[in-house]
Every structure is written in C-alpha cells, then in structure tokens.
Design a protein around this ligand. Structure first.
Ligand code: PMP
Length: 449
C-alpha cells in the first residue's frame, strides 16, 4: 500500500469519479476513506464518523460483519469464478437463488436473475417486460411509464425512465417511448396539492389519461420506487402504490418495483412493495442483497411473468445477461448477507430507528427555519429539504448547503446531499444512541448556516 503522501498527491488525478465533474474533483478532492468499523467510517486524517449514508444506501449490516466477510473469502478459494450462462452453474448460485426466492415468495416472486448491480437489474426488468408481451402475442407493448424524480440507474434504459434531468440531458437522445408522471412529492408538485392522499389520486388520474392517450396496447410496464431515494427520499401516501397496481392490472401493464434501495429491510419490511401491500410483477434489487460487500444485483420475476416465459417456444430464450451474473463469490455474499439480515432481524430495527430519526428531524425543523420539509418515517430512509425562505420555498444557496454538510461531517456524521436536501440511509444495525449522535451532528451543522 502506498503511503499517505502518495494517496493525497494522486487523489482524483487518474480516476474519474461517478457523478462528479473531473475538473472539480481536482479542485476539491474527495475524502479518502481508509477504514470502517460498525456503523463508522474513518478517513485518511484519522477522523471517524457515523456513516448515516450506509456507503450509498447499501451497507445495511454495517462494516464489521465477519460472517459475510468470511463467506466471501472462503468462496474465493473454493471457486473464484465460473460462468453461469446457460450450460453451467455453481453451488452458491443455486443456494442463493433458492434463498432469495423463498424470501420474496410472499411478494409473488417465482424466479431470480442475478446481475452485477442495480442498473443491471433495472435493465433486466425492462427487457424482460418487453419480451413478456412479445411472448404473449402483444409485441406493440414496448413503452414505459415512470415517475419524475425517480432514479433507476445509468444504463440507457434506466436513464430513459429516470425522472431527473440531471442524469439524462447530456446523454440524449434516450430510449424512445418513455413517459413520466409527476412524483408523489407533497412539498412541491404541479397541482400545488398539499394533501398526500389527494396528490396520489391526481397522479392516478394523470396515469389514466396518459394510458388513454398512448393506448394501453403500446405500454409494456410502469416502473417506480416504493419510496423514491436518490430523488431526495420522497415518501408517497400509502394509497399511491396500490392505486398504481390497480391501474396497471386494469390495462395489462406490468408493474416493476425498483427495490434497489428499499429491498431487504430498509423500510422495516422485506420489500418496499410489501410495505405498501403490493405484489409487483418484477422487482429490481441490489445494494442490501450483499450489504455492499460485493457487487451483486438481482431482477426478481413474478409468477405471471415466469409462467409466460416457461411455457413459451424458442422465442422465450433470454438473450441477456452479464459475465458476472450468478458470480460464485457474489452468490456466497448473498447467502451470508441474507442469513445475517434474518438472524439480526435488521428490518425490525429499521422501523423504530427510522421513526426516531424522523421525529428528531421534525424537532429540528421547529428550531431551524431553513428546514422546509421533513421526509421519512418509513424505516431508515429520511431527508430534510433546506430552503432560504419557508414561504416561497426558495432552495437554500448551495454554498451554504455544502458548508452545513461539511460541518455535520466534522461534528461526526456523514450525510448525503441531493441538491439542497440532506438524505440519510444508515446501516440497519444503527443503535438508538448512534441515531441520537447523528441528530446532534445535524443540529450542529444547521446551526452553522
Ligand atoms: N435503482 C435505484 C432505485 C437506485 O437507488 C439505484 C442506485 N442508487 C439504481 C437503480 C442503480 O443501481 P447501481 O448504482 O447499483 O447501478
């Protein structure tokens, strides 16, 4: 390992970081994170902070789970890689698929297609949705509906259904036939609707209108996150996802639940769809499936879709997949991570700790006028939107937002910025005391504004 001087000198010099400007990276080099323990990360200066971001919404078990680490290490020695393209498989992939299917059986999931991450899983769901309709004799169903503010990864399909133009504009033209409905974002929406239940109804009506306009027989699927994460933690009313399910059913449109963040306990339930009492046709997952310890994702296939593929002719062959689909080491990480997730019952902790953060943030909103909106209350996904004027909801100046972010870090907590919002998704293992520390750090940061 090179020494600290080498690391500081070469930081961001030879690498382009995702989601950043290469020139800015040089001017403001990223923090060098050198180690981690429990829910804390440590930087090159030796400064240790609570990671209230969970890496990137993924380190659900915290950083010190030796069961997962040992399983990964052992598998590297037993079989570090073999292809899972048709014709060969490996023992950990067989066991991991069994386990994942069992865990999502209640959601109507029948089959598992492993990928290398969230974007891959989304792409797989979008492709399978189109192929499903083709197999059913409706090849005109090719379009996709999604929500503004939704995040579905960076592949061209995922970026096309993505509802934030920051991830789209530079890469246009994107996939044709993708249409976006408003986000169930009560704080700001085109209807100026402040009642979340009414907002859900308004969007449902727009969805109906859009389906009539496009023609139901042209639409393959509707994709949504049960709680929008990267869009700034936007929690819909409890009626929203069931309404979307009902509309999709009535028009023969598949419902894809993008569970890359919400899967595996983050909302306090095993899946975000289950949290809202909905059974999706397809689910995209990643992140918490290995707690971020190894890059794995999975597209989960519901019974209805699986039936059509499994009873089809040669057209039902899946000419899609990744070199690292069902990677034996990744699959070993999945088995260990999901066993640990169940043993520690992290979903049961996510509920009360999420409520603690939400209540704490609401209390901070009483004290700090710059908090315009507080979001969360459904497990360990929370956020605050910062404004310079509560009446006009004018976003807080980004220089001030960045100062707050850095002050919170110096005080002892890593949080994440989504434009002028601060979002949190800590490990699901976080304790009551640690949550109290996170809230105290945020308080300190906001006081520095
Ligand atoms: N879908 C959702 C809901 C996500 O939050 C993300 C990543 N944050 C993705 C897809 C893409 O996942 P990945 O970055 O692993 O490709």
């Amino acid at each position: 390992m090179k020494d600290d001087n080498f690391l500081r000198e070469n930081n961001a010099r030879h690498i382009w970081h995702p989601m950043g400007h290469p020139a800015d990276m040089q001017a403001n080099p990223p923090k060098i994170i050198t180690g981690a323990e429990g829910v804390k990360i440590k930087d090159i200066d030796g400064h240790a902070v609570i990671d209230a971001v969970g890496g990137l919404w993924c380190v659900n078990l915290g950083y010190s789970n030796d069961v997962v680490k040992d399983a990964i290490a052992k598998q590297l020695y037993d079989l570090p890689y073999y292809s899972a393209f048709a014709g060969s498989t490996n023992p950990t992939a067989i066991e991991a698929s069994y386990m994942v299917r069992e865990m999502f059986a209640e959601d109507g999931i029948a089959r598992v297609f492993f990928t290398s991450g969230g974007s891959d899983s989304v792409e797989t769901c979008l492709r399978l949705a189109r192929q499903y309709h083709r197999l059913r004799g409706e090849p005109t169903r090719t379009k996709f509906l999604s929500l503004k503010k939704g995040y579905h990864g960076t592949h061209f399909g995922g970026a096309s259904v993505n509802g934030n133009n920051r991830f789209r504009t530079a890469y246009e033209p994107l996939l044709a036939g993708c249409f976006h409905l408003p986000s169930p974002y009560t704080y700001r929406n085109p209807f100026n609707e402040t009642d979340p239940a009414q907002l859900a109804q308004n969007i449902a009506q727009m969805m109906e209108d859009e389906i009539q306009f496009q023609g139901a027989n042209t639409i393959a699927a509707f994709i949504m996150e049960p709680i929008q994460g990267a869009g700034g933690v936007i929690v819909p009313h409890e009626t929203f996802m069931p309404l979307m399910r009902e509309i999709c059913d009535r028009h023969g449109i598949l419902l894809i639940s993008d569970e890359v963040i919400t899967g595996f306990g983050r909302t306090g339930h095993w899946s975000g769809a289950r949290h809202w009492g909905v059974k999706p046709d397809l689910m995209s997952t990643a992140k918490g499936i290995t707690s971020g310890y190894f890059p794995v994702g999975a597209a989960l296939i519901g019974e209805k879709v699986a039936d059509v593929f499994e009873n089809s002719d040669a057209e039902g062959a899946i000419f899609h997949g990744y070199t690292y689909s069902a990677h034996p080491v990744g699959a070993a990480a999945v088995i260990a991570c999901l066993s640990e997730t169940q043993r520690l019952d992290t979903a049961a902790n996510a509920g009360p700790r999420g409520t603690q953060i939400f209540d704490g943030l609401k209390a901070l909103a009483e004290k700090h006028d710059i908090i315009g909106d507080v979001r969360g209350g459904h497990g360990l996904m929370s956020g605050i939107e910062l404004v310079s004027d509560k009446a006009t909801k004018a976003p807080l100046d980004m220089a001030v937002v960045k100062k707050i972010h850095e002050t919170i870090y110096q005080a002892g907590t890593m949080v994440r910025l989504v434009a002028h919002s601060i979002v949190m998704s800590p490990p699901l293992t976080i304790t009551e005391q640690e949550v109290a520390t996170v809230l105290a750090c945020i308080d300190q940061g906001l006081s520095a504004a």
